[in-house]
Design a protein around this ligand. Sequence first.
Ligand code: PMP
Length: 285
Amino acid sequence: MACKVYIDGTFYDESEAKVSVFDHGLLYGDGVFEGIRAYNGKVFLCQEHIDRIYEGANYICINIPMTKKEMEKALYAALKENGLKDAYIRLIVTRGTGCLGLNPFKCVKPSIIIIASSIELYPPELYEQGLSIITSAVPAVNPEALNPRVKSLNYLNNILAKMEALNAGMFEAIMLNSQGNVAECTGDNIFIVKNGVVKTPPVTAGILEGCTRNALLKLAKDAGIPAQEVNLQRYDLYAADECFLTGTAAELIAVTKIDGRILGDGKPGPMTRKLLGMFRDLTKK
Ligand code: PMP
């Protein structure tokens, strides 16, 4: 279904929603974005996503030309304009229109784009069966170059890893950091469960600090489930009892095979199912 797209304060029909070819978001991937879900008319983890995009924009010296409160209103307006209660919202802030040169300071004004639509990342049956994934030969971006905490419009590294997965007949790939520790997947954070303890790489491993990841860690802690942010190696993945991925688009999905090694009994494990139930409840609040 065609949607109405918000660009700099105005809603346009999808076919009329256009940006300049001189926008540095297009020319250089100079910008930041968010993937956000709405459940039953409520923007899920709204503040967390808004805080993250403002932090990322600040890191790359983009001054978003609206307040956080106005941003929240714009997200709700995009839902309303499209008559959506359950949605996947793509929020994009680009450097704006400039010249054919890198200089960001020649760009006049950042552009804000909001697309309220839907997304299906993985086939529904894989939420029952679990995913088979691989570790990628493409390392995660070194945080000293461009910190992956910034959800920038530069996703080529992740796309290379995603292609490797798809070429191998899988939907996701795990990227390791330059130390050889587990960082994250191309569009999701990764968790394992070992002896009843839930573990996920720390932010210092060079990851996007996922809103779903953080919500899950809080859910686990509040429920008295031991949860740790610790460095993981490939060994830990293969030896895990359970594994699952989190992300706004993916929500929470079990991983049952990594690099050909079957985890546990090859089915989504009890802790993964328990956390999925808790996550679903949270989306209904
Ligand atoms: N890592 C990467 C590289 C991602 O693109 C995403 C999806 N935005 C995530 C992790 C998960 O983050 P979130 O839970 O905030 O969607």
